[in-house]
Every structure is written in C-alpha cells, then in structure tokens.
Design a binder for this molecule. Structure first.
Ligand code: IYR
Length: 222
C-alpha cells in the first residue's frame, strides 16, 4: 500500500478582509467582460501566452488527481483547414434539421450556422481531450474518475486564463467530434471534449445581445 505523505501548506496566499472583498469584486467585474467571440482576427498570438494559459488549466483539481486531460494546440493552417472542413460537414447535417429540431430553434438568438470560418482565421485551436483511462506499462488500463467534471474544471480555468491574458475565445463543440481523433491521431482512450478557438477579436467583431440570469436565479444562501 502507498503511504500518504504530507508537507506543510505554505505560500498559500492570504489577504486582509477588505482586500479580499476588493479582489473578489474586481475579479467578478473582469470576468463579466468575457464574451464568446465568433469573429477572429488573424493577428498572431505569442505562443508563450497560450502555454501559460495551458499551464494554469493543468493546475485544476481532478478525480484522484488523475489529470484526465490532454490539449492539442493547432496552429498549422493545413490542420486547421481539415478541422474546418470536417466541422462544417457535421454542422450542415445538424442545421439541416432546422424546423424539426427544438435544439436548432433554441440556437436562433446566437445567430450560429454551419459555416465555421473562425476555425481557419483564429491563430490557435486548442482541442481538449478527455482521457478515460491511462495505459500501464504492462498494457493494463488504469481507470480515471470524474472525467467530465475534471476536464470541465480544467477547461473553465483555461477560458478564464485566456480572458485574463487579454485574448478572446470560443467554446466550440462540433455536432459530432469523432473526426478530431482521426485528424489529430489521438488514441482511443481519449475523447474530444471541445475545441477552444483562441485569438484576438476582429476589429468588426459582433456578439449577440444576450444577458446572464440575475444572481437570485442562479444562487441561494441557506
Ligand atoms: N455545434 C453547433 C450548434 C451549437 C450548439 C450549441 I449547445 C451552442 O451553444 C451553439 C451552437 C454550432 O456550433 O454551430
């Protein structure tokens, strides 16, 4: 049996109450400015920024500390084109059910459609994969726990880090995602979670006029 080992919690940031109130408020105000952007500039992004955001994401808590995420960062135009082509194919099928499917109708306020030019325009596509198990040296499988929750948390931190760094992103989930394993040569213990499209917004970027629910509709103190 593995014996747990501990070391003293040191270097944990602590602040006076008033500063905590200020910091939490300022963080909220900064996060409130995040928008899902679909119109990207082709302006290059320094890779160091992307790397720092990914390092932040990889600090996420996870079930049994299995860290069941893997990030494939795509900037190669030929690979971006393949991802765009495959995405538009599955989206054509999805959107052609227009009128018959409630889901498609519910997306109307977002103004989305089957064309995904941002997959080629944006400098980076971060494809997030969930690892359902890892392979042991003897060929055995080691199961991962709370995979969706863990990868969701890591992705949330990634989005927050991207926003904090001054870049924009879009959480893009193609209607079917199996093609990402093929295009990116990922093994079958990994499943695509989403594509995070990252870059600067274009000068003429627009966002839908939508709002977040008021606080009392999303939280209760008891
Ligand atoms: N995958 C499609 C449809 C879509 C689904 C949801 I849920 C959205 O919030 C937005 C779009 C697309 O990306 O166009």
């Amino acid at each position: 049996m593995v014996k747990p080992r501990f070391s003293l919690l040191s270097d944990y940031p602590q602040y006076p109450q008033e500063l905590m109130k200020q910091r939490s408020y300022e963080f909220y105000k900064a996060m409130e400015k995040r928008r899902s952007v679909r119109n990207f500039s082709d302006r290059p992004v320094d890779r160091t920024i992307i790397e720092n955001c990914l390092r932040a994401a990889a600090t996420a808590p996870s079930g049994a500390n299995m860290q069941p995420w893997y990030f494939v960062i795509v900037s190669d135009p030929a690979v971006k084109r393949k991802i765009r082509e495959a995405s538009e194919k599955v989206e054509q099928a999805f959107y052609s059910q227009n009128g018959t499917r409630k889901w498609v109708k519910e997306l109307k306020p977002l103004g989305t459609g089957p064309e995904k030019p941002f997959l080629e325009t944006a400098p980076y596509l971060i494809v997030v994969f969930s690892r359902y198990y890892s392979l042991l040296p003897d060929g055995g499988k080691r199961k991962h726990y709370y995979v969706i929750e863990s990868v969701g948390i890591a992705t949330g931190i990634l989005i927050t880090a991207i926003h904090h760094s001054g870049l924009a992103c879009l959480t893009y989930t193609p209607a079917r995602m199996g093609f990402l394993n093929r295009i990116l040569s990922r093994p079958k213990n990994e499943r695509p979670f989403l594509i995070l499209v990252v870059g600067y917004p274009s000068a003429d970027a627009v966002v839908p006029d939508i709002t977040k629910k008021p606080f009392n509709e999303v939280a209760v103190f008891i």
